[in-house]
Write a protein that binds this ligand. Structure first.
Ligand code: NAP
Length: 437
């Protein structure tokens, strides 16, 4: 028997588990997660109104239907079980812990109340237990969202949607109520570079055209007439579509709907101002683009905002004892190999870039590498696997959550959902565990 441990039950972890369980008939694959709920970013990162993307869960569920795959939820590797203990008890360890920590803006005022990282904001409206109590301050008329990626668009869209537009999403009732109550009138989406360099994709940008109560505005002078001749052909299609969508938005009338989304380019945040400890404005410096790079111009302007959300990317967090590249905030690795018998894949391997299908492709490569390394090693396994871990958990009074337990939580969430909502998430670990007693 080959005992394999995977840390993290997001898409990367599930895809590796699935392939190893399928190809290695004598393997037992144990997927650990610090939460009682599986599926990582699909549950807590994908936008609650993107249920089509969340449906990928159907595919991931099939992994846990395999006889030789075990879900071990509510077990924090690094706290409940150490990384060393995992290595001591498993033949192979795969680290797929994603990247959940927000990068910080690093400008004066960025620690004020009313400033949030996209990770925590998204975790809040998606019901992640770590951020259930965030209660972001949304009591002003202006909100700035920094960044030109799909996460920034997700946040702008969720804030701009009406209750009826969110009614078939799985946003938590608490977050939906807070967003509905917020007196927001102007949302500013701010990119430090231009439309040619924005990393959002066209499907996500186009969704704003359909919003009931929010009109999207862009300064037509910020939209280039065409792509430069030497533009990277791999992104030409998406960027051309984006320019077309932006041109359509630039013709919109500002007073056509009660909320305005202002898409602004070539501006870097330089300072967040405060009044009585609360955010009262955002100072930005205009940039000019030089060969794809943003260069500052020394010209400044200020936005009247009371909340700032930075959607500027994520970082992985080290687990004690695990080789970690602090300069890049990823698990140290060479093509997915971390150290003897330890592998990594996904955002913690290469940084927070790429959609779920890209992570699947990478997970397949890493799983193949694991299989080939196991094939090359003729020594029989002597590692005890989960029995020893279960004994440690018992001794430490850690209540692990099995896949059958998760199904009880899952069913309870589905049952208590009202109206068109697919589920009403439990946002506290205690609430989830109480269902299992
Ligand atoms: P992203 O696409 O890398 O966007 C990050 C943005 O932050 C960029 O516009 C970047 O600008 C900007 N930025 C970074 N540091 C900054 C600073 N100090 N000041 C101002 N701006 C700064 O990352 P993401 O939006 O977090 O998304 C992560 C991944 O998930 C992406 O691959 C994304 O496509 C994917 N995702 C997909 C979907 C979907 O398909 N619907 C939804 C959500 C996320 P520069 O370009 O100038 O660095």
């Amino acid at each position: 028997m080959t005992n394999i441990a995977i840390i993290g039950s997001g898409p990367s972890g599930c895809y590796i588990a699935d392939m190893l369980a399928k190809k290695l008939k004598d393997a037992q694959v144990d997927v650990f997660d610090r939460l009682p709920t599986p599926f990582g970013l699909v549950r807590a990162g994908v936008a609650p109104d993107h249920q089509g993307t969340k449906n990928i869960v159907r595919q991931l569920e099939r992994t846990f239907a395999r006889e030789n795959v075990r879900f071990v939820g509510n077990v924090h590797i690094g706290t409940d079980i150490t990384y060393q203990e995992l290595k001591d008890n498993y033949d192979v360890v795969a680290v797929t812990i994603g990247a959940v920590k927000d990068r910080v803006l690093g400008i004066p005022g960025d620690q004020l109340e009313g400033i949030y990282g996209s990770g925590e904001f998204v975790a809040w409206y998606n019901g992640h237990p770590d951020k259930a109590d965030l209660q972001p301050k949304l009591d002003g008329s202006g909100i700035a969202i920094i960044g030109n990626g799909n996460v920034a668009l997700d946040i702008a869209r969720v804030i701009a949607k009406t209750p009826s537009e969110l009614s078939s999403s799985d946003i938590t009732a608490n977050a939906a109520a807070a967003i509905n109550k917020a007196p927001v009138q102007d949302i500013y989406l701010i990119g430090r570079r231009g439309p040619l360099e924005a990393s959002f994709t066209n499907m996500e940008l186009s969704e704003f055209a359909e919003l009931e109560s929010c009109v999207t505005l862009v300064d037509p002078d910020q939209i280039p007439a065409a792509l430069p001749d030497d533009f990277d052909p791999r992104s030409a299609n998406t960027v051309n579509q984006n320019l077309e969508t932006l041109r359509a938005y630039s013709a919109n009338s500002a007073d056509s709907k009660p909320i305005r989304l202002h898409i602004m380019f070539c501006a870097s945040p330089v300072e967040i101002s405060e009044t009585d400890g609360h955010v009262s404005g955002l100072k930005l410096e205009k940039n000019r683009m030089v060969e794809g790079r943003a260069e500052s111009t020394g010209e400044y302007f200020e936005l009247d905002v009371q909340t700032v959300i930075s959607a500027i990317g994520y970082q992985s967090e080290p687990i004690e004892g695990m080789p970690f590249d602090h300069s890049r905030s990823i698990v140290s690795n060479e093509d997915g190999r971390v150290e003897q018998n330890v592998y990594t894949s996904g955002w913690c391997k290469r940084g927070p870039q790429g959609v779920i299908p890209a992570n699947r492709a990478e997970a397949m490569t890493v799983a193949k590498q694991i299989i080939s390394d196991l094939d090359a090693n003729s020594e029989a396994s002597t590692k005890p696997g989960f029995d020893q871990i279960a004994a440690l958990l018992d001794k430490r009074h850690v209540r692990s959550v099995s896949y059958a337990d998760w199904q009880i939580i899952n069913n309870a969430e589905i049952e208590r959902a009202e109206g068109d909502k697919p589920r009403e998430k439990f946002t506290r670990v205690d609430e989830m565990l109480a269902l299992l007693d």
